[in-house]
Write a protein that binds this ligand. Structure first.
Ligand code: PBG
Length: 335
């Protein structure tokens, strides 16, 4: 595309911005409720709504409350919810056995949501960190994060989640080769229609800080995740990872974090045209919410602008903790 315009005054860009009507005609991108995936935190108990200090407005919910949240989300037209478990520290082990327990908190939540709101797409997280005594996404031996051994555990997790009724599996661990292994296992077990949204370009980011509080992994984590998550300085590598995961059978791919990585979103969409998602992560949420609560920015406007920018950058959808708030704004006619 080679945009052409005459010199001023024949072209005056302000003509098309003069009124709301003309601005609407010239608008290139739209945000819709169908673009939203809502990440929620699940914990044990009954009727529990537990605030997360570093994510004002976000709570850990017991399974009954998550079901209510899913019903509310469905009512708002949100197509998908993504579950993250807060696991009782007493259940964390070196072998991460709780990860594929069909009755773990995440799997109970999948079943409960699918029973109550079958039309809601349920997405899961596949990684060992919520169940790992050392907070890492993979098995650790002598300080090394083990790749292939971890994949065996991830495959077990994936099969149990699929069995529980998950619609979309989200491997967020960044081990090499896990998409192919999970896809093959799903096919062999007859779960042919379970989708994989690969966290393909996931960076070793400080923006995940509040999330690790939310799932109770911050205290446990020893060291950092730089040997498996990407270096924030790299862009070409993201394209190689996305291509690799698509070739292994990912249906959708993700860039994470979101806002500081919009260049990656655009490059991924342009290069492959696959369904592409961004995760507006906990630290991004906390910055916007925190500034809004202090009266430093207009929270609603910054929220809506930040999400529109993902669409402009080529994303087909966004995982965002703001999902219900955004859905309400869109239903009230925000454009
Ligand atoms: C862990 C996982 C993380 C997030 C999603 N899955 C944290 C991490 O990699 O340490 C981050 C989400 C967020 O910050 O909102 N597998």
């Amino acid at each position: 595309m080679r945009p052409i315009s005459a010199p001023v005054p024949a072209t005056r860009f302000r003509r098309m911005r003069r009124s709301a009507a003309l601005r609407a005609l010239a608008q290139e991108t739209y945000l819709a409720v169908g673009d939203l995936i809502w990440p929620v935190f699940v914990r044990d108990g009954v009727d529990v709504v537990e605030p997360i200090a570093s994510m004002p407005g976000v709570n850990r919910l017991s399974v009954d409350r998550v079901v209510k949240a899913a019903e509310e989300a469905a009512g708002l037209g949100i197509p998908a919810i993504c579950l993250f478990p807060y696991t009782d520290p007493a259940l964390k082990t070196e072998g991460c056995e709780e990860a594929w327990n069909p009755d773990n908190i995440a799997n109970r939540a999948i079943r409960a949501i699918k029973a109550a709101v079958p039309e809601m797409a349920v997405m899961t997280d596949i990684a060992l960190d919520p169940y790992n005594i050392n907070g890492h996404d993979g098995y650790v031996r002598d300080g090394i994060i083990l790749n292939d051994e971890t994949i065996e555990a991830l495959v077990k997790m994936a099969l149990v989640q699929a069995e529980c009724g998950a619609d979309i599996l989200g491997p967020s661990d960044m081990m090499d080769g896990r998409i192919g292994a999970i896809r093959q296992a799903l096919e062999s077990a007859g779960h042919r229609d379970v989708a994989i949204l690969s966290y393909a370009a996931k960076y070793a980011s400080a923006f995940y800080g509040p999330f690790r509080d939310a799932v109770g992994a911050s205290g446990a984590l020893k060291g950092d995740k730089k040997t498996y998550q990407m270096n924030p300085a790299n862009g070409d590598e993201a394209l190689r990872l996305v291509e690799r995961d698509l070739r292994e059978g990912a249906d959708m791919v993700m860039v994470k974090p979101g806002m500081p990585y919009l260049d990656i979103c655009r490059r991924v969409k342009d290069a492959f045209g696959a369904p592409t998602y961004a995760y507006q992560v906990s630290g991004e949420y906390a910055m916007i919410r925190g500034a809004a609560l202090n009266g430093w920015v207009d929270g609603d406007k910054v929220m809506m602008e930040s999400l529109m920018c993902f669409k402009r950058a080529g994303c087909d959808g966004i995982l965002t903790y703001f999902a219900p708030d955004v859905a309400r704004k869109l239903r009230a006619g925000w454009v």
